[in-house]
Design a protein around this ligand. Structure first.
Ligand SMILES: [Zn+2]
Length: 179
């Protein structure tokens, strides 16, 4: 895997490579794709260097997909398109070419010549049941989502120690704020 220093997307995030920025906040950056499939094709990426989806903390995943959804809405409202594809290549066999996660947002019109279709693979009933059970077994543990809110509480600076009663009061008020 490519290191952060030689990562193309990290260089865009750091401003070493010029880009057309659509949206930016503390966690994510969205830019127009210079090799876009259609006008308005953009992608949103985490500012932290995460090669694949599985390595990204839940609260960053939330921000990435929420941002992609809003950009998709902006494309709908302002580019006169009839649809969008939100597209992820997760891993080299899936077509990933840059080792930094991103979500593509591709504006779509009827008959625009973009082909994301595939021929269905016919599985036997037994094959279907086998894959169903394998995924289900692992999926039992889904649901313990981290919001990132806990982190913000921990980051509050602790009050300076003091002997005065006023400051003791302040200290206990601060403690009450920690759930
Ligand atoms: Zn990177």
């Amino acid at each position: 895997m490519v290191s952060k220093e030689s990562c193309l997307l990290c260089q865009i995030i750091e401003g070493k490579i010029a880009s057309k920025k659509i949206y930016e906040d503390d966690l994510v950056l969205a830019v127009l794709d210079v090799n876009g499939a259609n006008p308005g094709h953009c992608f949103v990426m985490p500012k932290n260097h995460h090669p694949i989806l599985e390595q990204i903390p839940d609260f960053e995943v939330s921000r990435l997909f929420q941002t992609a959804n809003r950009i998709s809405s902006a494309i709908f409202e302002n580019l006169g398109v009839q649809g969008t594809n939100l597209f992820v290549t997760n891993g080299v066999p899936a077509g990933q070419t840059v080792a930094h996660f991103m979500i593509h947002i591709i504006p779509r019109k009827e008959n625009d010549g973009i082909n994301l279709e595939w021929a269905p693979k016919q599985l036997t009933e037994e094959e279907m049941s086998t894959v169903e059970l394998k995924i289900k077994e692992q999926a039992k543990n889904i649901g313990d989502f981290k919001t990132g809110e806990e982190e913000k509480v921990i980051k509050q600076p602790p009050p300076a120690p003091s002997q005065s009663s006023e400051d003791d009061d302040y200290f206990s008020k601060q403690l009450e704020r920690i759930p």
